[in-house]
Design a protein around this ligand. Structure first.
Ligand SMILES: Nc1ncnc2c1ncn2[C@@H]1O[C@H](COP(=O)(O)OP(=O)(O)OP(=O)(O)O)[C@@H](O)[C@H]1O
Ligand SMILES: [Mg+2]
Length: 321
């Protein structure tokens, strides 16, 4: 089976050649197979959205290649880009930004179906109503305007539209992050159910490991523009080894721990950004860093498929020397 999406050593440097270079994404390689749900997790500023934006051509690529559906889409023109767009749908954090304020939400669904040639206009109303039900919304809501729905309801409509177009890949960038916890859980459940029923392929981006784990079968952990570990979701904790993964995991448990007030993830600042010229990206914050970590960059090494790790001293032991 061929991956539906493959990133090969992809980098993005904002302001390349200027005094203010930001190496937002560095040498990222990742595969998404059809039917997969892959998560990218990492703290604010680590480059997650930039990855998504390069895949969807909202940002150009500094180096590396992106392959989609068997085709190298790294440097395709405008017309082909449009063709790719219908096969990749994105869901962002803020559903209100997707709608025109005066368009009924039902019309929003119908337009998608007609525009992408899924059905004729007379048929679209009926199909739109079916999609509303699939995402557990009453078709009566179709006549409402966006501001007359809650954020959670509106995000369900956005998801319905994304799926109704029958894309080969759905990228969800912090798609549930703005929702309150109980609503977030319901929407995640919905996404899991739809994936199973319709054999969808997800690339799910988030900063919260607990959330990403609840949806994804495979997880890539990003730090300062690099993927530092990739693993099967079910191996998290007992068979993962990057100190940064461990740290993220610590903050997952703390959510459920009332006595522990907060282990919040810090936000990357430029001084402590991990944009190291030499050695490991995580060296400054890593409790296990040695001289080697400061001078030699750990390469991403396979240690049993699909587990890959870039660390000189992994906690799961034994892979590096
Ligand atoms: N257009 C731009 N020009 C310059 N720098 C940018 C641009 N877009 C993003 N960056 C920088 O690239 C880095 C990665 O940003 P990105 O939005 O990909 O992070 P993220 O992981 O999605 O963060 P968040 O969780 O906050 O959404 C950040 O340092 C950001 O400031
Ligand atoms: Mg982002």
């Amino acid at each position: 089976m061929e991956p539906i999406l493959e990133l090969k050593n992809v980098s993005k440097i904002f302001g390349a050649g200027t005094a203010h270079e930001v190496p937002a994404v560095r040498d990222v390689s990742l595969q998404v197979m059809p039917g997969d749900s892959v998560g990218i997790v990492g703290e604010s500023g680590c480059g997650k959205s930039t990855v998504a934006r390069m895949v969807t051509k909202l940002t150009d690529i500094t180096s590396g290649e992106i392959w989609f559906d068997g085709e190298n889409i790294t440097r395709i023109g405008e017309k082909e880009t449009r063709n790719v767009y219908r096969k990749i749908q994105m869901v962002f954090q803020d559903p209100y930004s997707v709608f025109s304020p005066r368009m009924q939400v039902g019309t929003f669904l119908e337009e998608g179906l007609v525009h992408f040639g899924i059905c004729s206009r007379p048929e679209a109303r009926k199909q739109a109503a079916e999609w509303m039900e699939r995402v557990e919304l009453s078709p009566e809501l179709m006549e409402r305007l966006p501001h007359q729905l809650s954020g959670g309801q509106l995000q369900r409509v956005v998801i319905a539209r994304a799926i109704s177009i029958r894309p080969k890949l759905i990228i969800l960038d912090e798609a549930t992050s703005a929702l309150d916890v109980s609503v977030q859980k319901q929407v995640l459940k919905l996404l899991v159910r739809l994936q199973k029923e319709l054999n969808l392929t997800y690339l799910f981006i988030g900063h919260d490991l607990a959330v990403v784990r609840s949806l994804c079968e495979r997880i890539a952990v990003m730090y300062a523009g690099q993927i530092v570990e990739v693993f099967d979701s079910e191996d998290l904790g007992h068979n993962t080894g990057h100190p940064y993964t461990q740290k993220l995991l610590g903050s997952v448990f703390s959510i459920h721990d009332r006595n522990q007030k907060e282990i919040q993830l810090e936000t990357l600042s430029m001084e402590d950004s991990g944009y190291e010229k030499q050695g490991c990206v995580y060296q400054k914050r890593c409790p296990h860093a040695t001289e080697k970590c400061r001078t030699e960059q750990p390469v991403m090494e396979a240690c049993g498929t699909p587990h890959r790790i870039a660390c000189w001293h992994p906690l799961c032991g034994g892979h590096h020397h």
